[in-house]
Design a protein around this ligand. Sequence first.
Ligand SMILES: *Cc1c(COP(=O)(O)O)cnc(C)c1O
Length: 358
Amino acid sequence: MPRPISATLSLSALTQNLNIIRGFAPESKVWTVVKANGYGHGISRIWRSLSSTDGFALLDFKEAILLRESGWQGPVLLLEGFFTAEDLVTVDQYRLTTAVHSDWQIKALAQAQLSQPVDVYLKVNSGMNRLGFSPEHAGTAWQQLRELKQVGELTLMSHFATADSVEGVDAQMAAVNLAGQDISGPRCLANSAATLWHPQTHHDWIRPGIIIYGASPSGEWKDIAHTGLQPVMTLKSELIAVQELKAGDRVGYGGRYQASGPQRVGVVACGYADGYPRHAPTGTPVWVDGIVTTTVGTVSMDMLTVDLTPCPHAAIGSPVELWGNHLPVDDVATACGTLGYELLSALSPRVPVSVTDH
Ligand SMILES: *Cc1c(COP(=O)(O)O)cnc(C)c1O
């Protein structure tokens, strides 16, 4: 018997999520973001279920090549662009679309020998201060790129820092509009949060990531619960032991949890080496045998413990869901002070993954 932990991916949820996203932005083309190996789901497992997308966006050359070698012939966008001038050989060979965010990249393009023009996303820093040209400099950079024979279609791109919060996107949209005042060309701005909540950002192309996988860009499941978006990944395991505690008994490393009276706890075959966060505090929700209960004590490498007080019928072999269909990953992430993004993309390679059509 293999260790009982596994993850299942719902391929129909992926396809349905993409359709729902198109409903939010019916006039826009969609870059489906599959960076970090498809937010931990595995690009090779999922991309065919998303092949009605207009393109895939990612940032790792290995992942771009994997998509091409698996048969995807449509557009592939490098969100961070190329990292060295030599990378342009790969950009050319695999017909990738590339972000350009720095002057050195324009120079590298000007000097490159390419077999065909490369499509470029000119990245504007509209306030996040990670990548991109300042709004004041964007027009010049656009002109420089426009004059290069190495450059094909040009698109203006920016990324939002606060599209998921009450602050919204107004200040960054003002910066984008300043950058784009003398630029007529397609625009690509919206991440998941802007796709759902800021239709004025949709323009020609959107770039949804987390909502493809059925988790919330705000970290709160309630914010997307009404949309029809469905979790794609379910991480499940089983109880492999049950302990009957007496008052004062402690659980796990550091003895951080202490029973205040008689209590049944279950031991689940899932730990931080599977991608479950070690910093999950006592009280993190876990679905056990049809009931949402909570973790108790410290998560170990291969096991965690759960309170069975609300689950009187639970026994060795009872099913456990760490997140997925019965328990939104957002609820687990909130209890751990993080986001579904981090939990999904940290799924460990040691967890066996299977796909289902439903
Ligand atoms: C990750 C990323 C996205 C997608 O973000 P979500 O919040 O997952 O929708 C879009 N654009 C860029 C540049 C990104 O890095």
